[in-house]
Design a protein around this ligand. Structure first.
Ligand code: FAD
Ligand code: NAI
Length: 467
């Protein structure tokens, strides 16, 4: 085993493992270190993959219970929660093994252990068997990801007071689930347990759900979730939680101060964001600069202020998303190999995998107004889309924002069926700096939900074909 590499990657998540793979493809040797014991990072082990496995399974369960009848299918379904969890665990295991295989194929040494930078070009690894290895490399890539943001005064036990990690592994359906934070995790995992039978109350500090997304979409999203039975306490904060006789008493009060209210809960899910994870990494010792939020500061080539040390993914600025980490991984590997790595930060899509799904890319109307940029809007409801009608999934709409003068697509905001699979069309359009008319005049297959994207683009110039 060599102890000297072209690059050492600390962290084996979507940032780390993709960087190691791309380095291998470009002919550079690497080691990829992760202390978790299985590769794939937060995303594969406790994030994207297990949460989407449960969203998919719980959606099918709910559909069989409530929607099959609309199609003329009579079904009596029962929940087998251990089996639902087991299929999730199986998928996670297969995908994490797949990452190990890809690292091997890229000739990157996958090391299970905790890495610490001792000097530029030097990394000490405490391996799982208690040994210490001292590795050297010209380049070190920090891809150590993020961790759960704590709620002051609330201690997680991951059984009853849980973060997303506990919420994807509950052994029984909570009768009452209180969620702190109406962000992506709160609404996705709240949806899982709602569909499986929980009463879900979401406590959100701000005055809307999924703050930061296009306001019209946020309002429609809250409306549809409320119709599904979610209770929202907006502009409200949790001030304490007490365990009493096996149950929880959650104290909340208006964010601006006021009368307290106590909520009963069987499980409390804390989902108020994530923070960069750089503990015990030796960054302060080597003098790597961090910002006020604990993120590693880099330039636009992912270089920190210490020569030869780079950072990518959740531990640096930008949205904490797997595909953003993955694109930065490819870019940093290419930059290290002397190529022109690049990420288009204005065109990183986001998705909330609820039902209906929410997906967006580019600017919101609020952002364009704040910039004073003149824009046009095209909109199309899924009630007027034949495929959505056939499938009884007519909730939501597609909205396109285009520059009032040049017609360049500036943003797309979708709420509706399978929009996670459709937003990529607008990412490609924006990457090519397409005009909304380009999308409007592109032939789309019929009958598909994707026709709503074309119709919304037609709406920018007012020729949507809608009753
Ligand atoms: P991570 O995936 O966090 O990987 C970092 C790795 O580094 C970890 O495995 C950690 O063990 C390791 N590490 C840290 N320090 C050291 C050290 N000193 N030595 C060795 N190893 C170390 N994003 C999406 O795009 N789509 C989704 O659907 C989605 N769903 C999510 C659902 C949940 C519940 C959560 C929590 C997150 C979700 N995310 C999703 C976010 C996504 O998981 C992250 O953006 C992504 O994993 C970031 O990748 P990364 O490589 O930067 O870091
Ligand atoms: P988030 O940032 O999406 O939402 C957190 C919410 O909690 C916000 O609405 C915020 O206003 C609220 N909040 C903060 N402090 C609060 C308090 N004290 N009381 C009440 N509400 C409070 O964070 P979340 O949901 O924890 O997810 C973390 C990150 O993980 C996301 O930002 C995203 O990057 C990633 N993720 C992505 C997914 C996807 O792409 N589908 C799925 C899950 C996570």
């Amino acid at each position: 085993m060599a102890d000297s590499f072209d690059a050492i990657v600390i962290g084996g998540g979507p940032g780390g493992y993709n960087a190691a793979i791309r380095l291998g493809q470009l002919g550079l040797s690497s080691a990829c270190i992760d202390k978790r014991g299985s590769f794939g990072g937060t995303c594969l082990n406790i994030g994207c993959i297990p949460s989407k496995a449960l969203l998919h399974a719980s959606e099918r369960f709910h559909e069989a219970q409530t929607d099959f009848a609309k199609l003329g299918i009579k079904a009596k379904v029962d929940l087998d929660l251990p089996a639902m969890m087991a299929q999730k665990t199986k998928v996670v295991g297969e995908l994490t093994k797949g990452v190990e295989f890809l690292l091997k194929k890229a000739k990157s040494e996958a090391i299970v252990g905790e890495g610490r930078i001792t000097a530029p070009g030097k990394v000490e690894v405490k391996t799982a068997d208690g040994k210490v290895r001292n590795l050297t490399a010209k380049h070190i890539i920090i891809a150590t990801g993020s961790d759960v943001a704590p709620l002051p005064g609330v201690t997680l036990d991951e059984k009853q007071i849980v973060s997303s990690t506990g919420a994807i592994a509950l052994t029984a359906v909570p009768k009452k689930l209180v969620v702190v934070g109406a962000g992506v995790i709160g609404l996705e995992l709240g949806s899982v347990w709602k569909r499986l039978g929980s009463e879900v109350t979401v406590v959100e500090f701000l005055d809307r759900v999924t703050p930061g997304i296009d306001l019209e979409v946020s309002k429609a999203f809250q409306r549809v979730l409320t119709k599904q039975g979610f209770t929202f306490l907006l502009s409200t904060k949790v001030t304490g939680v007490e365990k009493k006789a096996g149950a929880l008493k959650v104290t909340v009060e208006p964010a601006a101060g006021g009368d307290k209210q106590v909520l009963d809960a069987d499980v409390l899910l804390v989902a108020i964001g994530r923070i960069p994870y750089t503990a015990n990494l030796g960054l302060a010792e080597v003098g790597a600069a961090m910002d006020k939020r604990g993120r590693v500061i880099t330039d636009n080539h992912y270089r920190t202020n210490v020569p030869g040390i780079y950072a990518i993914g959740d531990c640096r600025e930008g949205p904490m998303l797997a595909h953003k980490a993955e694109d930065e991984a490819v870019a940093v590997a290419e930059i290290i190999a002397g190529k022109a790595g690049h990420v288009s930060y204005g065109i990183i899509p986001s998705v909330v995998y609820t039902s209906p799904e929410v997906a967006w890319v580019g600017k919101t109307e609020e952002e364009l107004k704040a910039e004073g940029r003149a824009y046009k809007v095209g909109k199309f409801p899924f009630t007027a889309n034949s495929r959505a009608k056939i499938n009884h999934e007519t909730e939501g709409f597609a909205k396109v924002l285009a520059d009032a003068v040049t017609d360049e697509v500036l943003g797309a905001h979708l709420i509706g069926p399978s929009v996670s699979e459709m937003i990529g069309e607008y990412c490609v359009a924006m990457e090519f700096r397409a005009a909304s008319e380009d999308v409007a005049r592109t032939c789309h297959p019929h009958p598909t939900r994707s026709e709503a994207l074309k119709q919304a683009a037609m709406g920018v110039e007012g020729w949507t074909m809608q009753a």
